[in-house]
Design a binder for this molecule. Structure first.
Ligand code: HEC
Length: 238
């Protein structure tokens, strides 16, 4: 009896998942590419001469930008989906991207125009160029796992970019979401010094409350977390 109930629950859940998936495919009038490429880590601790390191990785380079600058609660996260737009996962982002055609990709061309709204934190020129390059490389669902040189952990050398890309949309302009402002060297240092445990739990996804894990949509790759932890331990080298 119990088993039957579990089985029915399973069927219902599967049905719900499939119908969501089905929706995505139906709406996906522009392109339906779902190629996952595992990109090799940079060789020799960060040499940039390999083609692999020139590949823009969706999970580490592109998704964090959409999540941070567009996907906050009230805007384009899966719950709020303003104007029906969700920008927190590959399948939904691809609804507005044409592979290899950045100039006709709506979710690219709108950046810096009317989105993010003028009052919100804007992406940097480098961020926008990264998205363009990713599209022009084929807009693949490329997943990189080990893409950092963990011997580099100065603010200028690594941390500024990691925090800017992964946290900047929500915590990059003062006072910042939830009054957490990490937008400058001094601000990040001051906040983390005063809230070290909270901060470490947030980035390691070990907070007591799931909502306090950062970024909320998905943990950063391990090597970036390592870089931040080394930076803190070493006394915030500039
Ligand atoms: C899409 C928006 C968004 C992004 C991106 C984001 N945060 Fe947050 N952050 C929030 C929100 C919302 C809260 C409040 C969460 C709560 O308390 O429920 C928060 C709270 C926090 C807190 C305080 C924890 C608490 O809840 O008291 C810290 C620390 C923090 N964020 C760090 C980061 C760091 C570091 C990053 C990047 C690695 C990051 N956040 C990325 C939205 C974001």
């Amino acid at each position: 009896m119990k088993n039957t109930r579990i089985y029915i629950l399973f069927l219902l859940l599967t049905g719900a998942m499939l119908s969501c998936k089905h929706d995505i495919i139906n709406n996906n009038v522009i392109i339906n590419t779902d190629t996952t490429v595992i990109v090799a880590p940079p060789i020799g601790g960060g040499s940039s001469t390999t083609t692999a390191s020139d590949t823009v990785c969706f999970n580490t380079d592109v998704l964090p930008l959409y999540v941070s600058y567009c996907g906050s609660s009230g805007c384009h996260d899966a719950n709020s989906k303003r104007e029906g737009v969700i920008l927190t996962d590959y399948a939904h982002i691809m609804l507005g991207i044409r592979a290899k055609q950045s100039s006709s990709s709506r979710y690219y061309t709108i950046i810096g125009g009317s989105m993010p709204p003028r009052t919100s934190t804007q992406m940097t020129a480098t961020n926008i160029a990264t998205i363009k390059k990713w599209i022009d490389q084929g807009a693949l669902n490329s997943q990189c796992t080990n893409v950092c040189d963990t011997t580099v952990f100065t603010y200028a050398g690594a941390i500024q970019t990691i925090i800017g890309n992964n946290c900047g949309g929500c915590h990059g302009t003062s006072p910042g979401t939830a009054n957490v402002y990490l937008g400058t060297y001094a601000a990040a240092k001051a906040y983390i010094t005063a809230n070290t445990n909270l901060f470490n739990n947030a980035i390691n996804w070990t907070s007591t409350t799931a909502a306090m894990n950062m970024p909320q949509s998905g943990k950063m790759v391990a090597c970036k977390i390592t870089q931040i932890q080394k930076w803190i331990k070493a006394g915030y080298p500039q």
